[in-house]
Design a binder for this molecule. Structure first.
Ligand code: PAF
Length: 283
């Protein structure tokens, strides 16, 4: 496995790609965990050459403190990636990705209207900037993204299709710890009490969603969301920032169950200063 720390090293490493080979790209911001590794393994199964990018993209951080404290663990990442079967790690410098200031503004056709969109202004635009740059550089046939970032996945699909790229976006299920906590690089920022509390997020989503189905969707959306928020907040270490029920395809926030057949529940929760997101299929 080759580790390219700038674009010239990347181009050298890419020379091993022969015509006809299927190239897979797994974009990451590093601090890798088994969730990322499951994406890499899926890529290894499907592709002949697997590139994993490790780049903490400054343009997608709306909070400078979050960017500063984002965990950076390249050496450990490379060890995991070597065992998972990646061929090339691309850990570029900011100037490799943005030789000049990226002024592009993307239109996500309303997919960013709810959820993370209004809470993290500019975040998805930054994601689109970096992902399109990585697509241009790595020219993948397939790109792999996790469903934990459900809204990000829909937005990436949307701009990839509109840019006319032939890249197939491959969704990958959320990986959870045995206690149900969605794996996330941010989990390593939790202190012991917060880490012990964090599984309560998914436990609440899961149990309330099951109750809703057993109850044949008889409670209102508002009542259901209040149960989720109250349930999460019943743990003193956690504070729910938002919980929303959205249509799984166009991501509009629903006010009644008959508005959509396919519904996702998503939320963001603070454990101290650490912001965690999660989601679950409602139906
Ligand atoms: O999901 C992430 O880790 C990032 O948003 C991504 C897709 C690697 C872009 O920086």
């Amino acid at each position: 496995m080759l580790v390219a720390k700038n674009i010239n090293e990347f181009r050298k490493g890419y020379e091993t790609v022969r015509p006809g080979m299927k190239v897979g790209l797994v974009p990451t911001m590093g601090a890798l965990h088994q969730g990322h590794i499951s994406l890499v393994k899926k890529a290894v199964d499907k592709c002949d050459f697997v590139i994993v990018s490790v780049f903490v993209n400054p343009t997608q951080f709306n909070n400078p403190e979050d960017l500063r404290t984002y965990p950076r663990t390249l050496e450990a990442d490379c060890e995991l990636l070597g065992s998972a079967g990646a061929d090339l790690v691309f850990a570029p410098q900011v100037e490799d990705i943005y030789p000049e200031k990226d002024e592009r503004v993307f239109d996500f056709e309303g997919l960013d209207k709810y959820g993370e969109g209004p809470r993290r202004p500019g975040h998805f635009n930054g994601v689109a900037q970096v992902v399109t740059r990585l697509f241009d550089i790595a020219k993948p046939d397939y790109a792999f993204f996790g469903e934990k970032d459900f809204q990000q996945l829909a937005i990436i699909r949307n701009f990839t299709r509109k840019l006319g790229n032939k890249i197939e976006i491959v969704p990958c299920e959320i990986c959870r710890g045995e206690d149900g906590l969605a794996l996330s690089s941010r989990n390593m920022l939790l202190n012991a009490a917060q880490r012990a509390a964090a599984p309560h997020i998914f436990a609440t989503l899961d149990s309330e969603t099951k109750k809703l189905a057993e109850d044949n969707f008889n409670m209102s959306v508002d009542e259901f969301l209040k149960r989720i928020t109250d349930g999460i907040n019943s743990n003193p270490e956690l504070e729910c920032e938002y919980a929303e029920a959205v249509d799984s395809d166009d991501l509009h926030r629903i006010a009644s169950w008959d508005e959509s057949e396919h519904i996702r529940l998503w939320c963001a929760v603070y454990a101290g200063k650490v912001r965690l997101i999660d989601n679950i299929k409602v139906r």
